[in-house]
Design a protein around this ligand. Structure first.
Ligand code: OXD
Ligand code: MN
Length: 590
C-alpha cells in the first residue's frame, strides 16, 4: 500500500525506515473503528488474541506475552544525549552514533515477512496548543490496537507541523510465534532527546512498545519542557469538589505501584465530596495567560495494573474495564472472562494462567502476572471529568508527592514554600521493608518526583528546572504537599484505612489552600493539627492518629546519610539551593 502524507519529513522518514526494515507491506493507520476491528481480527486469526465472552466482557480481548517480555526494561532504557553528563547519573547512556550503528544493524531486515504500520497520533486533545504530535512505526498489530486506546490516532500530520518520530520493532530472535520479541541482550528502548527521536527494538510490552506514553510523553517531553519552560510530569490529575461546589485541581506524583490510579478515580468517604479523574499517569503543565499553571493529560486511555484492582479497591476502574478493553497477561476463567489476584469474589473453579496453563489455588506462582495490565479508554471511566479533554487544561491548585513509607513519614504535611517542596520531591522515596519498624528506616529507593525512570536528561538539571519554575510563578506557585497512605504498626498492619478515606487528607489540603486552618511548624514541614482533620466515621484511634501525624525527627535522622549519598551522585549539577535545603533539614532534625 502506498500513501503520500502532507508532511514531507514524515514521507522521508517512512521511506527510510521501510528501506531499512524491509517489511513485506506498509499499512497507514487512520485511527478508525474499522481499522481497530481489522487489527483485532488479524490477531484473532493468528491465534495471538483470545476473544473474551461477549456476554461477560463485550468487545474485549486477552493477550499473553512471552515470559521474557512482561514489563518495562529499565536496564535497556537509554538516554542517548550528545554528552554523557546531559543524561546524568540516573540514566544509562550510550553515544548516539554508537547506539544508532548497533540498532541499525538490528533493524536491518527485521520486518521481513511482516507488515509495517505507520501510526500518526496526538498526545493531548487534537488541535490543543498544549498537545504534541508523534508518529509510531511498528510491526506489531497489538501495538496498533493499544495505541488506538492510549493515544488519539489521526490520519496525517499537517505539512507545517513537526512530529516526534517513534520507531518500534518487536525484533527477531526471541519470544515465540504468538509473541515475537528479541533476546534480552538485543533489546533497546532508546531516546535521543536533542533530536526528539525514539528508537525501540526487541520488546512488545507496555511502555517499551506503546511509545507515546513513557518514551514520548515523559522522557522526550521532559527534555522539551526543560528547554521550553514547561513541565512533563509522572502525575495524576484530579478534580475535587466540596459540598459547596468549590473545585480544586490537584496533580500528584507517586512512584509506580503506590496507588496512583486508585487515587485518581477515588470515591471519597467524606459525605458530599466528589473526585473526578482527569488523568492517572502523566501531566503536561504550562503557565496560562493568568500566570497560573494549567495541566492536561496527554493520554487517551488507562494502561493500569490489573492485580489488586477490585470493586473494593477501585470500583471506577472496574466499571471502566467492563467492555472495549484489552487485557494482557491476566488469567482466563472457564466461562471466558479475565481473572487476577485481588479481584472480587471467589476464585473460579476453572482457571488458565497467564501462560496458558491450567491453574489451581496452591499452584506455584500467580494465575495473572504481577504486571498484568488492562488497556481501556479513559472516556469509559464513570468519574471522568467533563473537562478532561479541555484544550486549555485545568488550573492546578496543589501538587502532591507521595511514596510507600511504612514508618516515619506522616499521613500528610505541607512544604514550607516552593523550594522546600522541590526538596521534598527530590528526596521522594519508597520503602521496601522496614526490618525493625521501631528503630530503623527500611531500604529506600529514591525516586525524585517519581521521575527516576522517566527523566530524559540530567536529574540535577531537572531539579534546577523545578526551582526555576517556582521563581517564574512567584506568588502563583501552587502549594506542595507530601502524603503517605502506607504507614504500618509494629505488627505490620496498615495504620490508615486508605482508599476513599484519603479524601480526608485531601480535604485538609483544600482547607490549607483556602487558608481555613493553620498548621504546626515542625522540622519536616507544616503538619496538620489533629482537630483539623475530618475523621467522622473513620475507625482509627486517637493514639494511632497522633502517631500518623508525628514528625518523627529521630527516625528521619537515619535518612541523612542516605540523602547525602543520593545527592552526591549529582555532583556540580545539584542546585545549590537544594544543598542548602538539605543542610537546613539536617539542622532542624537536631
Ligand atoms: C506505569 C509505571 O506503568 O509507572 O505507569 O510503571
Ligand atoms: Mn506510571
Amino acid at each position: 500500500m502506498k500513501r503520500i502524507f502532507m508532511n514531507q519529513k514524515l514521507n522521508d522518514w517512512v521511506k527510510e525506515m521501510a528501506e531499512l526494515c524491509k517489511p513485506d507491506d506498509v499499512y497507514f493507520c487512520n485511527g478508525g473503528k474499522v481499522e481497530y476491528d481489522f487489527m483485532i481480527n488479524k490477531l484473532l486469526v493468528a491465534g495471538m488474541a483470545i476473544r473474551l465472552n461477549p456476554k461477560k466482557r463485550p468487545n474485549s480481548y486477552l493477550f499473553r506475552s512471552h515470559p521474557s517480555d512482561v514489563a518495562r526494561l529499565e536496564k535497556a532504557t537509554i538516554i542517548s544525549s550528545e554528552n554523557k553528563d546531559d543524561a546524568g547519573p540516573t540514566n544509562i547512556w550510550i553515544a548516539p552514533d554508537e547506539l544508532k550503528r548497533k540498532m541499525r544493524a538490528l533493524y536491518d531486515g527485521c520486518m521481513k515477512g511482516r507488515t509495517m504500520f505507520v501510526i500518526p497520533f496526538s498526545m493531548g486533545p487534537v488541535g490543543s496548543p498544549l498537545s504534541e504530535l508523534g508518529v509510531e512505526i511498528t510491526d506489531s498489530p497489538y501495538v496498533v490496537a493499544n495505541m488506538h486506546i492510549m493515544t488519539r490516532v489521526i490520519s496525517d500530520i499537517p505539512a507545517d507541523k513537526d512530529f516526534i518520530p517513534c520507531m518500534h520493532s518487536v525484533g527477531v530472535g526471541g519470544g515465540n510465534a504468538m509473541w515475537p520479541c528479541a533476546p534480552i541482550e538485543d533489546k533497546y528502548i532508546s531516546h535521543f532527546p536533542e533530536e526528539k527521536l525514539i528508537w525501540s527494538y526487541g520488546s512488545g510490552y507496555g511502555g517499551n512498545a506503546l511509545l507515546g506514553k513513557k518514551c514520548l510523553a515523559l522522557r522526550i517531553a521532559s527534555y522539551m519542557a526543560f528547554q521550553q519552560g514547561w513541565m512533563a510530569e509522572h502525575m495524576l490529575i484530579l478534580r475535587l469538589t466540596n459540598p459547596q461546589g468549590r473545585r480544586y485541581h490537584i496533580a500528584g506524583a507517586f512512584p509506580s505501584a503506590c496507588g496512583k490510579t486508585n487515587l485518581a478515580m477515588m470515591n471519597p468517604s467524606l459525605p458530599g465530596w466528589k473526585v473526578e479523574c482527569i488523568g492517572d499517569d502523566i501531566a503536561w503543565i504550562r503557565r496560562g495567560p493568568d500566570g497560573k499553571l494549567y495541566a492536561i493529560n496527554p493520554e487517551n486511555g488507562f494502561f493500569g495494573v490489573a492485580p489488586g484492582t477490585s470493586y473494593a479497591t477501585n470500583p471506577n476502574a472496574m466499571e471502566t474495564i467492563k467492555e472495549n478493553t484489552i487485557f494482557t497477561n491476566c488469567a482466563l476463567t472457564g466461562d471466558g472472562d479475565v481473572w487476577w489476584e485481588g479481584i472480587d469474589g471467589e476464585i473460579p473453579l476453572s482457571l488458565t494462567d497467564w501462560q496458558g496453563n491450567p491453574w489451581k489455588p496452591g499452584n506455584n506462582g500467580e494465575a495473572a502476572h504481577a504486571n498484568a495490565r488492562f488497556t481501556a479508554p479513559a472516556a469509559q471511566c464513570p468519574v471522568i471529568c467533563k473537562d478532561w479533554e479541555n484544550p486549555t487544561g485545568v488550573p492546578i491548585d496543589a501538587f502532591l508527592f507521595g511514596g510507600r513509607r511504612e514508618s516515619a513519614v506522616p499521613l500528610v504535611f505541607q512544604a514550607r514554600d516552593w523550594n522546600h517542596g522541590v526538596f521534598l520531591g527530590s528526596i521522594l522515596a519508597s520503602e521496601k521493608t522496614a526490618a525493625d519498624l521501631d528503630k530503623k528506616i527500611g531500604e529506600l529507593r529514591y525516586d525524585p518526583m517519581a521521575m527516576l525512570p522517566f527523566c530524559g536528561y540530567n536529574m540535577g538539571d531537572y531539579f534546577g528546572h523545578w526551582l526555576k519554575i517556582g521563581d517564574i510563578l512567584k506568588g502563583d506557585a501552587p502549594p506542595i504537599f507530601y502524603v503517605n497512605w502506607f504507614r504500618k504498626d509494629a505488627a505490620g498492619k496498615f495504620m490508615w484505612p486508605g482508599y476513599g478515606h484519603n479524601s480526608r487528607a485531601l480535604k485538609w489540603i483544600c482547607d490549607r489552600i483556602d487558608g481555613h486552618v493553620s498548621a504546626e511548624e515542625t522540622a519536616i514541614g507544616l503538619l496538620p493539627k489533629i482537630e483539623d482533620l475530618d475523621l467522622s466515621g473513620v475507625n482509627v484511634s486517637g493514639e494511632t492518629m497522633r502517631e500518623l501525624l508525628r514528625p518523627h525527627r529521630a527516625l528521619r535522622r537515619h535518612e541523612i546519610p542516605l540523602i547525602a549519598q543520593h545527592y552526591k551522585k549529582f555532583g556540580s549539577r545539584l542546585p545549590e539551593r537544594l544543598a542548602r535545603q538539605f543542610i537546613e533539614f539536617v539542622a532542624a532534625l537536631g
